[in-house]
Ligand binder design. Structure first.
Ligand code: FAD
Length: 434
């Protein structure tokens, strides 16, 4: 157990206003909450199950850490579901994209904005590690007590007061105020096993169960021979069964994996895919062209007249990776040397339909553990969005992914963790409500 005791400032034993604050979780949200509570003069102890802080942060963005997204609070909020955006508004206004970039810059970590608006530390091999190191320096200066290797096993208390946290070794940690920042339930190897949500539920706090999101989608009939092959510039489509009503679409690339599909469009659609799958039939296809069927058919007819000797395969190669063209011919029962001029009308219509809905088939259960984020968490209507205080409790706050918040890829989830952590850390003096 790596336990490090640092000098505690502003201890409230002399009867002044500082309080003993216990923060559960040393990730993005917990570190910011700890820093804020300490800078307000409270005596803060942070408990982290791992041997070091920020383990998920260190692997974020493929080790480069897409730390936030450029834009005003309003611009960032529009990507979240309506209820989440409404909840996050005060937090994003209090501590937004500019504030986290400023904090990092003060610690010597310069950030830059990519063309797609995603913000990263200036390129270096371990830039995610630099973000964590910067935050650790901030915590050290704030004089907090950090206990690593300390997994919380239980929450002790009865509404309206939480009394203590119990650790796996049987010891208790008491405090005046508790800030829970235990993260989600994906990538359990990073420390996030999701059990704190269950403990909160047992205390009567309203929660929504964990649900997979931003995860690769396994398929009933995967194509391991196509592993690494990408479908580009089109959109992934979710249908209610083969040939069924279209339920959702996401524009972006898809990459075949050994067990199914991944890539931006697959990750972004995974939550809806899993909901549809649990609700009955779900079926996936990929629109290789953004043109609708009529326009695509008109394009082919023009080619039949203007370029009659063009091979269908050559046309397909503009839409499909070479490795899949032979598959397309076989599926459509077209000879490998099929020319445009000899393509019968019915075959042309089938080709158009196939290009508009390249069949990917039925999904299997989307794994919670493989998501970049976990949907579900503490229900937002049970939390005060200005303080992150749990309604009905005097001294309990929740922040970060433990809340029922899940944004898209692009730096939004870390920003939500930083922003909610910031508000959770604004613990008032001992005379004030939590
Ligand atoms: C592979 C991957 C890549 C990602 N990339 C990005 C990205 O580039 N940009 C982005 O915006 N988002 C990214 N995300 C999502 C983002 O990392 C999370 O949303 C964010 O880290 C959530 O912050 P948090 O502080 O709430 O939780 P975490 O950062 O997960 O921190 C929670 C901490 O609590 C600790 N903990 C949990 N339970 C206990 C317990 N019982 N006792 C003690 N400690 C406990 C955990 O060990 C953990 O350290 C990525 C996620 C993954 C998995």
């Amino acid at each position: 157990m790596g336990v490090r005791f640092l000098e505690v400032i502003g201890v409230g034993e002399t009867g002044v206003r500082a309080r003993t604050v216990v923060v559960l979780g040393g990730g993005a949200a917990g570190m910011i909450a700890t820093w804020q509570a300490a800078s307000l003069g409270h005596a803060v102890t942070m408990l982290e199950a791992n041997g070091r802080l920020g383990v998920k942060l260190r692997i974020s963005g493929g080790g480069k850490c897409n730390v936030t997204h450029e834009g005003s609070a309003k611009e960032l909020l529009v990507v979240f579901a309506k209820e989440q955006a409404r909840f996050l508004r005060p937090a994003f206004h209090a501590f937004g994209s500019g504030e986290i970039r400023d904090l990092l810059q003060r610690e010597g970590v310069e950030t830059y904005v990519r063309e797609n608006g995603r913000v990263f530390p200036k390129d270096s091999p371990g830039s995610a590690g630099e973000v964590v190191a910067a935050m650790q320096r901030v915590l050290e200066r704030a004089g907090v007590q950090v206990r690593t290797g300390a997994r919380v096993a239980g929450l002790v208390g009865v509404a309206p007061r939480l009394e203590a946290l119990t650790l796996e070794d049987g010891s208790w940690v008491r405090g005046d105020v508790f800030i829970l920042a235990a993260g989600g339930a994906s990538y359990p190897e990073t420390g996030t096993r999701g059990e704190v949500l269950e403990a909160l539920r047992n205390l009567g706090v309203v929660v929504n169960p964990w649900f997979p999101a931003l995860a690769p989608i396994p398929l009933v009939a995967p194509r391991p021979e196509w592993e690494g092959v990408a479908l580009r510039d089109g959109s992934l489509q979710l249908h209610a069964g083969a040939g069924g009503k279209r339920l959702a679409t996401f524009a972006g690339d898809v990459v075949f994996t050994r067990s199914g599909i991944s890539g931006p469009a697959a990750l972004e659609l995974s939550q809806e895919v899993e909901r549809a799958r649990r609700g009955g039939l779900a079926w996936l296809s990929y629109a290789l062209s953004s043109l609708n069927e009529e326009l695509l058919d008109a394009q082919l007819q023009q080619l039949q007249q203007g370029n009659p000797h063009l091979a269908v395969r050559t046309w397909l190669q503009r839409l499909l990776p070479e490795r899949l063209c032979a598959f397309a011919h076989a599926e459509l029962a077209l000879p490998p040397d099929q020319r445009m001029k000899d393509l019968p009308r019915a075959a042309r219509r089938s080709l158009v339909a196939w290009v508009r809905a390249f069949p990917l088939g039925e999904p299997r259960a989307v794994p919670l553990s493989k998501g970049e984020v976990a949907a579900g968490g503490v229900r937002l209507d049970g939390i005060d969005p200005r303080t992150m205080a749990v309604k009905g409790w005097e001294n309990l706050r929740v922040c970060g992914e433990l809340l029922d918040i899940d944004g898209p890829i692009g730096g939004y989830n870390l920003q939500a963790a930083f922003s909610t952590g910031f508000l959770a850390g604004q613990v008032g003096p001992s005379s004030a409500f939590s």
